[in-house]
Design a protein around this ligand. Structure first.
Ligand SMILES: [Zn+2]
Length: 654
């Protein structure tokens, strides 16, 4: 982000107009640049209803291991104006135990089961405590396949976290579902499991003819018959129960297409409220660029044979339903986050809610990578600062979720999202880019987790293999432990004119005694810097940071670590004007200006060698960058004024 207020002074009218145009374009691009949300949370409604959610819990049925869900056909009839659903769910199951005598499905007790059919015949069942228990005929053979169909109806319970919601947008009824983590049973009879993906599903949604229904996978048909319309969606990839969703309203639909490596294309199918259509369409390029980036940085979009899509809903955030994210709006950060979940969360799903960071921490970090790699990287420093500020706003809390009955804690923005994301960022710092990104790819390509579930340890195994080191200590401190380190760095003169620092740390929480980390330290001398990487393994450790006197040191200027630091430096006898740093960044055609202090009145001015001003402005931050794209090739002087001091530096544009 460029922070400057531009005023043009130039005697040559033609040049002035040209420069003005260029600067207006630059300013416009700048205004459109994306800024990350310091409180981002795609599941914000969970946090908001935290007190209610304290009691929500779910225990996976022990009997679930007796069968494998091979296929489900879901038939729903709904009307977005009414809190009601009726339908049937046909399940093809494979028995994993000899002589299984009963099986279970989850369904809220508030709904009514009309009948259960086993191999086409009505069969005895019980429905209580949110569970359907079905007694089976004798002699069920191991590895045999059978069909169970459950017919049901009723008003889905309003459990407070919106698993089945009827609402309105622009005075038009809208219905959506959102089952994560424990809400699928509120609206359909299901196996609410984190151990068994449904290998394949067909979803039929019947609703009044004026509406369209969005769901997972490919739209096979969408036909009107009489007053009703039925959409048939088909998904032929394994899917976790909580990732199935439906949304129904007067959608407008349109598609964009993204090229895949290898020549194919993936469809981006949008189901959008009519009143938001024009805005949504204006975001197509952003969505396209994010998908292209993920395809190249990770592995190609895992459900490319079907589609990716957005269905608008009114929940206040987003939900990464597989192949069809439900979105409040197509905000840049939300689009990136929900799309990232298709890889981390959907293609590979957490095996336990304790390890929610495998979903939310990863999707948050991938959003950070989008800020780093798209839009000139302008949003990246701000994204990192936002995460650190949020994480360190409280001294405690582990990324690991100890209490999975507390849905507000599972979806804690500070811990599961921001700190989870920063664990990945710090691992990248510790490992280096190439091994880090290789470990992500290896994880995505691991057949024991791809299209299935992963534990925390399964991910760590890939990190350790790529880095050829153990991360036990790292995860004990950063994942199971709480808090972050506060560093104290004292600079002092060493022997023979060298400069040294002494580093100690205090953990913000007693669960961690010492964070062993490589510390990024930047050493400045004559407006040049050198970056050091110091391995901090004990209190009061000393490091030689330069063979000579230095002008200043900075702790972690690129924000690799989730930490705070105090630096104590000896009083320096530096000319006041040299405290203003003017650093040409030739690669990006920018000038970086760092002020010793900031009052909002500091200004800069760029002249050519004839003394004519070509660019001037007010500096809006202590550390800012100025675009020099608009300057013709040549030599210039950059002058920065801060209170009553002034510094001038030469700038070569070529
Ligand atoms: Zn998320």
């Amino acid at each position: 982000m460029v922070n400057l207020y531009i005023r043009l002074v130039n005697s040559n009218m033609y040049e002035m107009k040209k420069l003005l145009l260029l600067l207006i374009i630059a300013a416009f691009q700048n205004a459109a640049a994306q800024v990350s949300d310091p409180d981002f949370n795609d599941k914000m409604a969970f946090s908001e209803s935290r007190s209610y959610l304290k009691s929500v819990s779910f225990i996976e049925s022990a009997e679930y291991s007796s069968y494998d869900l091979v296929y489900q056909r879901l038939n729903f009839e709904v009307d977005p104006a009414v809190n009601y659903i009726s339908g049937s769910v046909l399940s093809k199951i494979k028995f994993l135990k000899q002589n299984t005598t009963e099986i279970h499905f989850d369904l809220a007790s508030a709904l009514i089961v009309d009948s259960v059919h086993f191999e086409g015949n009505a069969i005895v069942f019980q429905h209580q405590s949110d569970k359907i228990t079905i007694s089976l005929p004798a002699n069920i053979q191991l590895n045999s396949f059978r069909q169970v169909e459950i017919f049901y109806h009723g008003s889905p319970p309003q459990t407070g976290f919106g698993s089945f919601v009827v609402s309105k947008h622009n005075d038009v009824p809208v219905l959506w579902t959102l089952s994560e983590p424990y809400g699928a049973r509120d609206w359909w009879p299901c196996k609410q499991s984190l151990a068994d993906k449904i290998d394949s599903v067909d979803i039929f949604i019947k609703s009044p003819g004026q509406y369209k229904a969005a769901s997972n996978g490919k739209l096979i048909s969408d036909d009107i018959s009489g007053e009703k319309r039925t959409a048939h969606w088909q998904h032929r990839y394994p899917i976790a129960t909580y990732l199935i969703g439906i949304a129904v309203t007067n959608y407008e639909t349109y598609s964009d297409f993204v090229d895949l490596p290898g020549g194919n294309k993936v469809e981006i199918l949008n189901y959008i409220y009519p009143e938001y259509l024009a805005t949504a369409k204006s975001k197509s390029n952003e969505t396209h660029d994010i998908m292209t980036f993920f395809n190249s940085r990770l592995i190609p979009y895992p459900f490319a044979d079907e589609k990716y899509g957005h269905a608008q809903f009114g929940w206040g955030g987003g939900m990464e339903h597989q192949t069809m994210s439900f979105m409040t709006h197509l905000n840049f950060e939300l689009v990136a986050h929900e799309m990232a979940h298709q890889w981390f969360g959907n293609y590979i799903t957490l095996a336990s809610w304790h390890d929610i960071w495998l979903n939310e921490g990863f999707a948050t970090y991938l959003t950070g990578l989008v800020y780093e790699n798209l839009l000139d990287g302008a949003g990246w420093p701000g994204w990192k600062q936002n995460q650190i500020t949020r994480i360190t706003s409280s001294p405690e809390g582990s990324v690991y979720v100890t209490d999975t009955t507390n849905v507000g804690r599972i979806f804690s923005g500070r811990l599961s999202y921001s700190k989870g994301a920063y664990l990945l960022h710090m691992l990248r710092w510790e490992m280096g880019d190439e091994p880090f990104f290789r470990s992500l790819k290896n994880y995505l390509e691991d057949p024991s987790v791809a299209n299935g579930f992963a534990t925390h340890d399964q991910f760590v195994k890939h990190l350790e293999a790529a880095a050829d080191t153990s991360f036990t200590e790292f995860f004990n401190d950063w994942y199971y432990g709480e808090g972050y380190p506060k560093y104290n760095i004292t600079e002092f003169p060493g022997d023979l004119g060298t400069t040294k620092i002494r580093v100690s740390q205090v953990a913000s929480h007693p669960s961690v005694s010492f964070f062993e980390m490589h510390l990024p330290v930047r050493v400045w001398k004559d407006s040049q810097f050198k970056d050091l990487r110091l391995y901090h393994t004990e209190q009061n450790q000393e490091f030689v940071i330069s063979e000579e006197k230095v002008d200043s040191i900075q702790f972690d200027p690129e924000k690799w670590l989730c930490a705070k630091a105090d630096i104590v430096s000896p009083a320096r006898n530096i000319a006041k004007s040299e405290q203003i740093q003017i650093i040409p960044e030739y690669a990006t055609k920018k000038i970086r200006i760092i002020l010793p202090e900031f009052s909002g009145k500091e200004s800069f001015c760029i002249y050519d060698l004839n003394g004519r001003t070509v660019l001037t402005g007010i500096l809006k931050m202590k550390d800012s960058r100025i675009e020099t794209n608009a300057l013709k090739n040549g030599i210039y002087l950059v002058e920065v004024k801060s209170k009553n001091i002034k510094r001038v530096k030469k700038l070569i544009v070529d």
